[in-house]
Structures are given as C-alpha cells and as structure tokens.
Design a protein around this ligand. Structure first.
Ligand SMILES: C[S@@+](CC[C@H](N)C(=O)[O-])C[C@H]1O[C@@H](n2cnc3c(N)ncnc32)[C@H](O)[C@@H]1O
Length: 205
C-alpha cells in the first residue's frame, strides 16, 4: 500500500473516531435490523453501534485504507460481514435484497451520490429503510456561502468530500421517501462541517 494511502487512512480513522461524530452514531443506527447494506464502510467505525437486530452486513467501499484495523474490527463483529470493494453507484446485488441500508458521512464523498441512492432503493426490499447521518449544506446563508467557496479545497484535502450537498434533496430525488429528518448543528465542529442531517427514508415501490 502506498504511504500516502496509509497516512490518509490513519487521518480518516482518527477524524471519524472524534467524540463529536462518535456521539451521533448510536442514534443514527439504533433502528438497523436484519440484512443490512452499508455504503462507504471506511475503517469500520459503525460496527460496534449496530443493534442486536442486525443479522448480517454487506459493506461497499472502493477503498481499503487500513486493512489490518478493518479486519480486526470485522473479526469482533457479532454478525457476518461481507465486503465489496467497489463504488456504490453500481451494485452487483439483486433487487429487493436488504431490510435496511445505512450511510454515515459518505453521501458527501460518493462521486455520483444520486446513482448510489437509486441503487439503495433498488436493492432494498419494499418498505425497507435507509438510515443516514451526513453532513451537508447549511441552512444559514453565511455558512452556506463559505461551504460553496471552500468546497474545492475540501475536495482535495478530504479525497472527494463535498461540503455543500443538500442531503435530503438527494435522498428524495432518488425516490426514497423521507419519514424522519433531524437537522442540527454538531456542537464543537467547524461551522462548514457541522450542518448534520440524520434520519430515515423508506423504499416506496
Ligand atoms: C468520510 S468517510 C466515512 C466512512 C464511514 N462511513 C464512517 O462513518 O466512518 C467516506 C467513505 O466513503 C467512501 N467512498 C468514496 N467513494 C465511494 C463510492 N463511490 N461508493 C462507496 N463509498 C465510497 C470512502 O472510501 C470513505 O471510506
């Protein structure tokens, strides 16, 4: 593995383990159940937060940044974990397969997030749920202005991460029906990263 990938993996793992993010994961994942699909697995930081109702997990991520840490975390999981090292825009998975799908801090980074969400809708069983916890475009015009301005910089330093995606709009545009949405500011995070979207949508078919 290239040194730069390793360093980026360590940075990602450290930043995504921050207290500000860790405290939001349990609420976001508490309703996960059955066969679950996770987009953008990263370094596997959601694993300890899945409730006992989860029976199996399939994860999709084109990167494999810290394979040693990821394997250890998978080995400690209570349920089987299947990894697919591909982008979520085109899933090699059958229609109507999953009870639930999850994305945490990933819709900001997937190059074609709308295509990935359409795939989520396709592979979810009818009325299956999509649980999300994401940062995105702020409702405050002064913050949004800086999010747009700094987006090209964020894109480079955080490998494709966007500051200014309107997450609820993307989810609804993919034909998922949002049934719960909490919009809030994560205390302690930089303003351009602190506009959070947490909620649930269902695959209306
Ligand atoms: C900020 S990290 C979040 C990781 C993890 N979800 C978490 O909450 O800790 C974004 C993740 O999206 C992944 N990613 C990038 N492009 C993707 C794609 N096309 N499909 C799925 N995941 C992708 C990255 O490799 C990275 O692991």
């Amino acid at each position: 593995m290239r040194l730069f990938d390793r360093l980026f993996g360590l940075f990602l793992d450290w930043s995504m383990r921050s207290r500000i993010i860790a405290r939001e994961r349990p609420t976001a994942l508490k309703d996960a159940y059955g066969q679950v699909l996770e987009l953008g697995f990263g370094t596997g930081l959601n694993l300890p937060y899945y409730p006992s109702a989860v029976t199996a997990l399939t994860v999709v991520d084109p990167e494999d940044l810290l394979p040693d840490r990821i394997e250890k975390r998978i080995a400690a999981a209570r349920f089987p974990v299947r990894r697919i090292k591909l982008g979520a825009e085109r899933l090699p998975l059958d229609d109507n397969t999953f009870d639930c799908a999850v994305s945490t801090f990933t819709l900001c980074t997937i190059p074609d997030a709308l295509a990935a969400l359409r795939e989520v809708r396709r592979v979810l069983k009818p009325r299956g749920s999509f649980l999300f916890l994401e940062h995105g475009l702020s409702d405050e015009p002064s913050v949004a202005k800086w999010q747009h301005r700094l987006n090209p910089v964020q894109n480079v330093i955080a490998r494709g991460c966007n500051l200014d995606r309107k997450i609820d709009f993307l989810i609804a545009s993919a034909g998922l029906e949002i049934i719960r949405l909490d919009r809030f500011v994560a205390a302690g995070a930089p303003r351009i990263l602190s506009a959070l979207y947490r909620g649930a949508a269902v695959a209306a078919k």
